[in-house]
Design a binder for this molecule. Structure first.
Ligand code: S3P
Length: 416
């Protein structure tokens, strides 16, 4: 069973942003609870290559910001590794610099769509050359104009890239989304002194002369905590307390859906800081199927593979829809989940915009899962391995380092 207390590592989205915004603000930004996963290390290394002094000791990071115009031209290609957030948000910043730079990343990054940022940033006046809409991106900064942009996708990465360029534009910039995506950029930019106005699905940023350093406490990542919420829900007799989890309403869809499926989840202590946090108690419960679709999708986009896995143990047929974005994540997460859940004997079908999962009460084991080097696929099947009939092996365990170094140690610690 899953028992005890656990504090999972810092939030990936917030950690990236704290380094980026710290680098382009004046003064020293001290970050506590920083995620030391490979993705956030890519962000640090990129800003170091642009002349920013960054020190890291365990999960404390000190960024010596040089202001909005303080970055220097990198001497080498900027390698974003596996990180879509780094690639897209940094593109927004680079679009306004007075130098040319090249951004690229690993095999997966080079397959992820970049036209979604190239189009709006080009409208603002940036020059971006790409490999037919994919990285490597060669970005030549320019003086930028404010735009009003109707984004075709609810994507915080797209929204943030545009808002970061908007800091440097000659007039205000508005991004309108089909549904609200995570708002960490808006909350944190305000803390650094930017002037933004938000409505339910739009954000307007005003050009800015300078951002000012501020200290950031990073809450634990709800996307990482979710694996343990699922584990405690699925393994009989479990009871687990997850500490200091970020519960920003643009990220908490996983809690809503699990509760809707019958999970036993209680917020036992919450704190309204600049990002809301809470301790969360989760205990074992039987589950029933649900339908996941519509505006809730962006609030749980990274948890959908896990929710599909959880649905395989819920009574009835769970439908996931409006989730085509899943196809362009670190892997095609719809296809991969359908293929890999099938190996466990689950009846699952891929649909145009999601999948349908028939619940069962028995998962086969003695299989090897193809993770496609996708960290969230690996952790999802590690959780199912707690309840399968035989061992579930992963073809690549190391990919969890992208967002959760120490995941397997933490899983062993609470699995008693
Ligand atoms: C992120 C936004 C989401 C999410 C990703 C992190 C961010 O991507 O999937 O893991 O930090 O802004 P999209 O904005 O592309 O949906």
């Amino acid at each position: 069973m899953i028992k005890g207390r656990l504090m999972v590592p810092g939030d990936k989205s917030i950690s990236h942003r704290a380094v980026m915004f710290g680098a382009i603000s004046k003064g020293i930004t001290n970050i506590k609870g920083f995620l030391t996963g490979a993705d956030c290390i890519s962000t640090i290394s990129i800003f170091k290559k642009m002349g920013i002094d960054i020190e890291m000791e365990n999960t404390c990071v000190k960024v010596n910001g040089k202001g909005l115009y303080g970055l220097s031209a990198p001497k080498e290609i900027l390698d974003c590794g596996n990180s879509g957030t780094t690639t897209r948000l940094v593109s927004g910043i680079l679009s306004a610099q007075n130098f040319t730079s090249v951004l690229t990343g690993d095999k997966s990054i080079q397959k992820r769509p970049m036209n979604r940022i190239i189009a709006p940033l080009t409208l603002m006046g940036a020059y971006i050359k790409s490999n037919n809409g994919f990285a490597p991106l060669t970005i030549t900064g320019s003086s930028l104009h404010g735009i009003e942009y109707n984004s075709p996708v609810a994507s915080a990465q797209v929204k943030s890239a545009i808002l970061l360029s908007g800091l440097y534009a000659d007039s205000s910039t508005t991004v309108i989304e089909p549904a609200k995506s995570r708002d960490h950029t808006e909350l944190m930019l305000k803390k650094f002194g930017a002037n933004l106005n938000t409505t339910k699905t739009s954000v307007t940023i005003n050009p800015c002369k300078e951002l000012f350093a501020t200290d950031i406490d990073v809450p634990s990542d709800i996307s990482s905590a979710a694996f343990f919420m699922a584990a405690a829900t699925l393994v009989p007799d479990s009871e687990l307390i997850l500490e200091n989890v970020g519960i920003n309403p643009t990220r908490d869809g996983v809690i809503k859906v699990l509760k809707d499926m019958g999970a036993n989840i209680e917020i036992i202590k919450s704190n309204d800081e600049f990002e809301p946090v809470a301790d969360i108690k989760v205990s074992y419960s039987k589950l029933h199927a649900t339908t996941i679709g519509g505006d809730i999708i962006p609030t749980l986009i990274d948890e959908l593979p896990l929710l599909a896995a959880v649905a395989s143990m819920a009574e009835g047929k769970t439908i996931i829809k409006d989730a085509t974005e899943l196809k362009v994540k670190e892997s095609n997460r719809i296809k991969v989940m359908c293929e890999e859940l099938s190996k466990l004997g689950v009846n699952v079908v891929e649909t145009e915009d999601g999948m349908e999962i028939e619940g069962t009460n028995k998962l086969l084991g003695n299989v090897t899962i193809s993770t496609h080097d996708d960290h969230r696929i690996a952790m999802t099947f590690a959780v199912l391995g707690l309840i399968s009939d035989g061992e579930i092996k992963l073809d690549n365990k190391n990919c969890v380092e992208i967002s959760y170094p120490g995941f397997f140690d933490d899983l062993r610690k609470v699995n008693i």
